[in-house]
Ligand binder design. Structure first.
Ligand SMILES: [Zn+2]
Length: 184
């Protein structure tokens, strides 16, 4: 179950920690199965980095998520992120740098980007770099939290009037609640 996907990858990562229907923590990175499903939903990240459910380092991924969440939370308010969180992202990227790679397909030369770490480090670096892209973009100050009281999901609205992570879940639930309050 993916609470919210299709936002910039860094936000999708932060959003893997959501609130369940009863306000309980819903953590997609708590078990290898849900984490692998999330990665597959993310542009096949699991396959790209050669990491399956068995070789995910979940504590490391959760630590990375918390650093990304920290940085995004500060940056979206125009505040300086904690130095330790920034350093963690820098270290993670440095552990598996990306470099261009050329290969011959049989008819043409293609240029792709490869990483030099093992699968786990490649995956972490890929996520950290997605965070770097978002954090370095002035648009990060437009990142918004869902307006629903029992939702903590973040999104980058294309339309400035967007208030909900999803109009069909949170938007609908709030409309129903408002109607209920009015009619009482
Ligand atoms: Zn929401």
């Amino acid at each position: 179950m993916i609470p919210l996907a299709g936002e910039p990858l860094a936000l999708d990562l932060v959003n893997t920690l959501a609130l369940g229907p009863d306000g309980e923590d819903l953590d997609l990175l708590a078990s290898p199965g849900t984490a692998a499903a999330w990665l597959d939903a993310q542009h096949d990240l699991g396959r790209l980095t050669g990491t399956g459910a068995d070789d995910l380092d979940l504590p490391a991924l959760r630590r990375l998520r918390s650093a990304v969440a920290d940085c995004v939370e500060h940056a979206r308010q125009g505040r300086e992120p904690p130095a330790t969180a920034l350093a963690h992202l820098n270290d993670t990227m440095r552990a598996a740098p990306a470099s261009p790679r050329l290969s011959w397909t049989g008819t043409a030369v293609t240029r792709t980007t490869g990483r030099t770490g093992d699968g786990r480090r490649d995956l972490a670096a890929e996520l950290a770099e997605a965070a770097a892209t978002l954090l370095g973009d002035p648009a990060v100050t437009r990142v918004r939290g869902c307006a629903a009281t029992r939702c903590r999901l973040l999104f980058l609205p294309a339309n400035p009037r967007r208030r909900w992570c999803s109009p069909t879940t949170c938007g609908n639930r709030e409309r129903v609640a408002r109607h209920y309050r009015k009619s009482r």
